[in-house]
Each structure stands twice: as structure tokens, then as C-alpha cells.
Design a protein around this ligand. Sequence first.
Ligand SMILES: CC[C@H](C(=O)O)C(=O)SCCNC(=O)CCNC(=O)[C@H](O)C(C)(C)COP(=O)(O)OP(=O)(O)OC[C@H]1O[C@@H](n2cnc3c(N)ncnc32)[C@H](O)[C@@H]1OP(=O)(O)O
Length: 254
Amino acid sequence: MSSVLLERDYDGIVWFTINRPEKRNAINDEVMDALQDTIRLVEENDKVKVLVITGAGDQAFCSGGDLSEFHHLHTKEEAYRMLSKMGTILYSLLTLSKPTVALLNGMAVGGGCELATACDFRYAKQGIKAGFIQGTLGITTGWGGASMLFEKLPYAYALDLLLRAERVPIEKMVEYGWVHALLTEENRKEQCRKLLSPYLAQSVPVLRSYKQYAVKKWKTDEFRTKFFAEIEQCAVLWESEEHEEAVRTFLNRK
Ligand SMILES: CC[C@H](C(=O)O)C(=O)SCCNC(=O)CCNC(=O)[C@H](O)C(C)(C)COP(=O)(O)OP(=O)(O)OC[C@H]1O[C@@H](n2cnc3c(N)ncnc32)[C@H](O)[C@@H]1OP(=O)(O)O
């Protein structure tokens, strides 16, 4: 079974689905590589208008990094190689010159919330939870999620979500302004398409121009330095016994 499903619609939407429901759509190297290729396709193709990222199944959007694959990374240097690979991909998603949407079909935790935060809009199924739970693993966000969150949410809301490291009801994430629409219809994909229809009515040059203007403030050395310093800090904490123990506990819990 392919770890990623990719569909391109007649109306200009590219749908990227993480297809690892058996692992709550955890992200491994294969998913990272597919996401990088898709971002490049969306950026370069003048017929593509919007990128929607979602997860397979109805339990999880994404559970972050694949702990069963990444637990063998022990040193700061080993961790930084993986973290900066995905960080670079999320930076390219953040600064993509087409509108992007995270369609939260289920819970989003850890790096799953960082992936969603890199998108312009977040549309979520009712009744789910989302949380920057990295703190419970003795680390901080390792894919640039905090840098992006502080750019997109009011300071106190962003800091609250990071410090509490809890799964938060999606209604609270709407109140915090992290979620822009709750999907109440059974066919979430069609409801998402309806929400996007005003954007799809615009030409690619119009969409591209507004996005290039919007992300200009993140295409600076200052922001990139901050973004990758965050990733380095996660790599430092990755070596801690607290993190090693938390991952062992998760992997041995059953
Ligand atoms: C890499 C760094 C990155 C960053 O921040 O930069 C991060 O994302 S760090 C955070 C990494 N993610 C986690 O710690 C989440 C771990 N998963 C969970 O807490 C739960 O699985 C949850 C809440 C997502 C879902 O709970 P639920 O009870 O619905 O399901 P199970 O726990 O029974 O899991 C089902 C099945 O999926 C496997 N699974 C889930 N998440 C991951 C994951 N992140 N990596 C690898 N595998 C994962 C889990 O092991 C179960 O598989 P099974 O074979 O049945 O044991």
C-alpha cells in the first residue's frame, strides 16, 4: 500500500493524502519525499491552483514523526539530519506561492500540527483534537512549528498551545484562530471544495501574486535563521534521557 495518495482535480486542486492509517498517518522518509515532490509540482504547474493535504481514514490527520523509524536516531547530529529535512520541506510549504489547506480528517498531534500550521488554512472535522504534544516527549517542535505558530496566532495563544503540550478540543482551536472552518458534512472533501470555490474562480497569476506577497516576510534570513535555530534546539533535546525514555515507553506500551 502506497504511503501517499496523490489526486489532481479538473478544477485545479491537488489532493495529497498521507496513506498510513495503520500508524495514524505518521510521517516517515517516504512521506517526506513525496511531500517535497508534490510541493515542487504545485509550485511549478500553471494549471494547479490549490494544494490540500489530508490523512487517510477518519481517526487521524497525522501523528507526527514515525517513532518506530526515528527512534534509532540518538545523537543531536543524527536527529538534526531528519528534523532539518522535514523542516526544509515545511518551510517550502509555508512559502509556497499557491493557497494551501490542511484538511484535518482526524486528530493531529506533534509534527502533524506543524504540518497543518505550515498550510494557509486549516479545515477540521468536528469532534477531533489537536495538540503540539512534543513537550510530553521531552522535546520541542522539531520541524519549525513554533516559529510558524508565533507568526500565525496571537502570542499568548501560540505559547499556550506549545507549553500545555496537550491534545486540545478542535472547538478551542477554532477560538484560538488555528482552525478556520469546521467540516460538518459527511462528504468533507466536497465541503472543502465548496469552501475553496471562490479561490478556484481566480486565475493562477492572481493566486500566485497574492501568495508571493503574503509570504515575503518569511523569505528573509532573519526568519530562516529563527526557523532552523528552533530545529537545532529540538535536536539538542532529542539526546536527553527524558526523550529517549518517552519514546521507549511509547513503543513498549502494549
Ligand atoms: C519527530 C519529531 C516530530 C516533531 O515534533 O518535530 C514529532 O512529531 S514528535 C511527536 C511524535 N508523535 C507522537 O508522539 C504521537 C504518538 N502517537 C500517539 O500518541 C497515539 O498513537 C495517538 C494519540 C496519535 C493515537 O492514539 P490511538 O489510541 O488512536 O492509536 P494507538 O496509539 O493505538 O496507535 C495506533 C497505531 O499507530 C501507531 N502510531 C501512532 N502514532 C505513531 C507515530 N507517531 N509513530 C509511529 N507509530 C505510530 C501505534 O504504534 C499503533 O500501531 P501498533 O502497531 O498497533 O502498535
